[in-house]
Design a binder for this molecule. Structure first.
Ligand code: ADP
Ligand code: GN1
Ligand code: MG
Length: 372
């Protein structure tokens, strides 16, 4: 397996518009979906240059060519907006390095698709928040990302993963996974299954609000976890939103919520000691403030009111997705140990429970921002 990807990687490296001598290539980051590598080149007298090379996950992304069209469209648009606002487009958005034939991807002889990005230097993607200000800054940056894309022609975007945050549809897939029980694991996770079933109303809530016209569809990121943003090492500001695979029309409250489920947790997503896992209200408030500021007055009062619901829904949905994958035999999210998806599911459900306990406090925090 490792050898197969090494050969594939070598083939891919030879087919991008790289210059110089390859000094080093190492696996990089903690993403659950793609295979990511950091390559370091020595470019004659110009010194070292780093790039990101990724093998796109073919089980998750049905059409990598259309996916890359989305990313080219979005990053080209963002470059213009960032330039207009006096920012640095080489650092503040992803920059695709083309393949030798000029395409934004390379298809290898195994049928896998690869893509490459300029590496964003002097910045870090974190697995856990280090202090409230850092989380506030990531809220500003994710909000600003949504603001920058507010006028992007949404109808040109290909729906990369159908029903990505359709929690009701995900609940149906979950029920089917319990019924099929292909790995014979359902008996062992009865409590977690019951946790999902006891909260079926959560799955439908935001979809119903949207159907009633209370929540607008916007161009959203849909995968706003902390490690999908680069934080500048010097200024501490969220410099660049990355992992643009799932940019699609969606709900602002879900972008907010997905950040909370990952970043406002007092532990990592796969912590086994559940006594360490809770939803920090200090972090919740810091992000709320940052996200609303970043969206620059674009969120409606109803959207702001429903931010806590976004947090609960995304956490419930993500826990359910981890559990579904555990039941299906770990076929979607990368795992690094036995029971990894089950551990991840348990942290999410612990967070949902904690949010339920802190519900009034969460509502009070967002209520402070209704008038903004
Ligand atoms: P996945 O879909 O698997 O999460 P990502 O695109 O998020 O893949 O990449 C995985 C990790 O690689 C990120 O969390 C980040 O740490 C790092 N990374 C990705 N692109 C860049 C980039 N252009 N510059 C620096 N680091 C990057
Ligand atoms: C995946 O790709 P990554 O690791 O940033 C997943 C998200 C989940 C997240 C859980 C395309 O995100 O939806 O919320 O794992 N991405 C996709 O950590 O399914
Ligand atoms: Mg990622």
């Amino acid at each position: 397996m490792a050898q197969a990807i090494r050969a594939q990687k070598g083939e891919a490296i030879a087919h991008f518009q790289y210059e110089g001598r390859l000094l080093r290539d190492i696996p990089f980051g903690n993403g659950h979906i793609n295979d990511t590598f950091l390559l370091t080149f020595e470019v004659r007298k110009m010194g070292r240059m780093k790039v990101i090379l990724q093998r796109m996950n073919k089980h998750v992304f049905e059409d990598p060519i259309l996916l890359m069209e989305n990313i080219m469209g979005i990053t080209t648009y963002l470059r213009d907006r960032i330039t207009e606002e006096g920012g640095d487009p080489d650092r503040e958005t992803l920059n695709v390095i083309p393949a030798l034939d000029g395409k934004p991807y390379y298809k290898d002889s195994f049928g896998d698709y690869w893509r490459s990005y300029v590496f964003i230097t002097d910045a870090t993607s974190y697995e856990q928040v280090e202090n409230p200000d850092q989380f506030y800054q990531s809220g500003v940056a994710f909000g600003n990302f949504q603001k920058l894309l507010a006028n992007y022609p949404a109808d040109t975007l290909y729906e990369v993963i159908k029903g990505f945050h359709d929690t009701r549809a995900r609940l149906e897939v979950f029920k089917k996974a319990v019924e099929d029980d292909v790995m014979g694991r359902a008996a062992e996770v009865k409590e977690e299954i019951q946790f999902v079933l006891d909260r079926e109303d959560v799955a439908g809530y935001l979809g119903e609000c949207q159907e009633r016209g209370e929540l607008p569809l916007r161009v959203t990121h849909n995968d706003t976890k902390l490690n999908n943003i680069m934080i500048d090492n010097k200024t501490g500001k969220g410099i660049c939103v990355i992992d643009l695979d799932t940019v699609m029309p969606g709900l602002a409250v879900n972008d907010f919520g997905d950040s909370i489920r990952f970043g406002a947790s007092t532990a990592t997503e796969d912590e086994r000691d559940l006594s360490k896992v809770s939803c920090s209200m200090e972090l919740f408030e810091a992000y709320t403030k940052g996200f609303i500021e970043g969206c620059a007055g674009k969120l409606t009062a109803r959207e702001i009111e429903l931010l806590p619901m976004g947090a609960k829904t995304m956490t419930y949905e993500c826990g359910m997705r981890f559990l579904t994958d555990y039941l299906q035999g770990d076929v979607y999210f990368k795992i690094h140990r036995e029971g990894h998806n089950l551990d991840r599911c348990r942290t999410q459900f612990k967070l949902v429970k904690d949010m339920e306990d802190k519900w009034e406090q969460m509502k009070e925090i967002v209520a402070k921002y209704y008038d903004n």
